[in-house]
Design a protein around this ligand. Structure first.
Ligand code: SAM
Length: 266
């Protein structure tokens, strides 16, 4: 049996009681933290609470030839991830590989950043369009910096439909956790290059450390927000589309957004 367990958003205490029990009953416990990371804890603290050793897996361990998966043929394996286990990850692929090997699977859900953003910002979850992800720029073979334009296109398409965009920020082994500030700089860079006007007139909302005692939520015009200090990771960005008056009020009162937001409501 392979049990996928979502650990929630911030520290070792975010796991559900059902998840904790399943971890304690497992023969072997594996975890991956490359799709998301619980910044308020460490593997050692998790092991102490769970009373189990946690084997950390790299992206290759999970996505290429997961030898550890064979253990699930005759043992109870717990596979831990940040957030909810199937949200904005490719773990359905792992689940299908397990199924093809005749391994039974089950899911134990955890709180996800995708629902936390609605709670923290007051933006309604059914008014979001397609999500975007911003990767770190890379160097082309000619040595020039390449910035992905895909997230900008997604924001533009959503905004034309009046929908909000949730923007996941890259986690990279070497470059670290992308900040809201860098994400906005990259989006504004694409905009300048194209000579378009989606972001520079937009109000954006940055969120840092959802699930912690003091999450930070700040709304402002993208040009201003890119200089705001969001502190430690993890960060995520929302670019709102058309605002219902309750959403606008929430951005002003709960996210210290500019009062003019109230003039642009539906
Ligand atoms: C690829 S998504 C994975 C989502 C995860 N499976 C879930 O359900 O929450 C990870 C990205 O979401 C954002 N994120 C996740 N947890 C966060 C948190 N507690 N606070 C702020 N941003 C977070 C970051 O941008 C991070 O790089």
């Amino acid at each position: 049996m392979l049990t996928f367990i979502g650990l929630g958003l911030f520290d070792e205490y975010d796991v559900s009681l059902k998840g904790l029990e399943a971890i304690r009953e497992a023969d072997l416990v594996y975890a991956e933290f490359y799709t998301s990371h619980l910044m308020g804890t460490t593997p050692e603290k998790m092991e102490k609470l769970y009373g189990k050793q946690v084997h950390l897996l790299s992206r290759e361990d999970v996505e290429q030839q997961p030898e550890w998966l064979d253990n699930a043929k005759d043992k109870n394996i717990a596979f831990l991830t940040g957030g909810d286990t199937m949200v904005s990850t490719t773990h359905v692929d792992l689940r299908l590989r397990a199924k093809n090997l005749g391994i039974e699977t089950r899911l134990i859900h955890g709180a996800s950043i995708t629902s936390a953003v609605s709670g923290l910002t007051g933006l309604q979850n059914y008014r979001f369009g397609k999500s975007a992800s911003i990767p770190y720029p890379y160097e082309s073979r000619r040595g020039t910096k390449v910035v992905s334009e895909t997230p900008y296109d997604t924001i533009k398409q959503n905004s034309e439909l009046g929908l909000h965009t949730l923007v996941f920020l890259d986690i990279d082994n070497e470059k670290g956790y992308m900040s809201v500030n860098l994400a906005l700089e990259l989006l504004l860079e694409v905009e300048r290059k194209r000579g378009e006007e989606v972001m520079n007139r937009a109000v954006a909302v940055g969120i840092a450390r959802a699930g912690s005692e003091k999450p930070l939520v700040k709304a402002d015009y993208a040009e201003n927000l890119k200089n705001f200090d969001f502190g430690k990771p993890l960060h995520i960005l929302v670019v709102p589309g058309k605002l219902h008056f309750l959403e606008a009020e929430a951005l002003v009162k709960l996210a210290a957004g500019p009062e003019e937001i109230m003039e642009n409501i539906e």
